[in-house]
Design a protein. Structure first.
Length: 327
């Protein structure tokens, strides 16, 4: 199996209600990370594997995602869009896709920034969909912090290395393998998706329930340790912490977009200024993110802030807490 034989699916329909004020105008999956939309990072990872055909599931402000990415041609891929009118969990979103999927497919959750290595290991493991072959691969990360596993799902392996059990938000994780919101399945998985019940606790159709049904039906599912970091955008200050993480891990001091105008004497330190930003006074901008088209007309320094054309978000003392929430 090669990347060109696969389909890419990205779920990008969520409302991101905890990300206000950003989620009022921007779908969370196109919020900027390192100067480009979060979804673009995922699309480029798939493209680099050889995956060319993608399906994006959209909902809240989906037209903004379409406007941002178009048909994908500028990124070297082909994008189709499927609308999810109700957001009732990952398995529910997948159920909308069955008639569109005719081959093994990657599944990315569109509100997570992944730093991966050797995604081709997942491709090498997946089978052709026949019994006896591997029909699912879960991207996992060895996680030393039990609380991080408790916010996601834990993966149990059998003696032969296959996945025997997945548990959503476990109270007491018994292994250090955390599921990371990145998967590879054959189309056979849709039979399990169709039979996934709605949970009483969260009133959603959970993908972990679908995976467990799939395993108990006798299909082989494996785990692949390909994720270095899986950083969630849950709260507004996460966006700043994630962008500063992007700068730090790439050894960058700043990112300055096209058409940026800086007043003489303006000083940038560890910040990202996106396209069309105008800074009118000789101020210092430090540890901050400035959205496209923002006019910065303040006299004082900008520090640990997110600026948009309509909002100023002060992370300040929340900054360290936001960093701890990532992942």
């Amino acid at each position: 199996m090669e990347g060109k034989d696969l389909l890419g699916v990205i779920l990008a329909a969520g409302k991101g209600t905890r990300m206000q004020p950003f989620s009022e105008k921007f779908p969370k999956p196109i919020l900027p990370i390192g100067g480009k939309p979060l979804l673009q990072h995922q699309i480029e990872a798939l493209r680099d594997l050889g995956v060319r055909d993608l399906i994006l599931v959209i909902g809240h402000l989906g037209f903004e995602i379409v406007r941002c990415l178009g048909d994908g041609s500028q990124l070297g891929v082909n994008i189709r869009y499927v609308e999810q009118e109700e957001t009732l969990g990952i398995a529910h979103a997948l159920g909308r896709l069955e008639r569109h999927v005719d081959r093994p497919f990657f599944l990315f959750l569109g509100d997570i920034f992944f730093e991966t290595e050797n995604l081709s290991d997942m491709v090498g493991r997946i089978g052709d969909g026949t019994r006896g072959g591997t029909a699912g691969v879960l991207a996992v990360k060895k996680e030393s912090d039990p609380s991080a596993i408790m916010r996601n799902f834990v993966v149990h392996l059998g003696a032969d290395g296959s996945v025997t059990r997945v548990i959503e938000k476990p109270r007491h994780p018994r292994t250090d393998l955390k599921g990371c919101g990145l998967y590879l399945f054959t189309p056979a998985f849709f039979d399990a998706v169709r039979r996934t019940p709605r949970t009483a606790m969260r009133d959603e159709y959970e993908i972990t329930d679908a995976i467990q049904i799939f395993i108990e039906d006798g299909w082989r599912v494996e785990a692949s340790e390909v994720v270095r970091e899986d950083l969630n955008l849950s709260f507004p200050c996460d966006l700043l912490a994630l962008n500063l993480h992007f700068l730090k891990t790439r050894g960058l001091k700043e990112i300055v977009g096209d058409g940026v105008t800086l007043a003489k004497g303006c000083e940038l330190q560890n910040s990202i200024l996106m396209d069309g930003v105008e800074v009118r006074h000789p101020i210092r901008i430090q540890d901050s993110l400035v959205f496209p088209g923002t006019v910065v007309d303040r006299q004082g320094a900008v520090s640990r802030m997110i600026l948009t054309p309509g909002h100023e978000l002060h992370c300040g003392h929340l900054f360290e807490d936001a960093g701890e929430e990532l992942g």
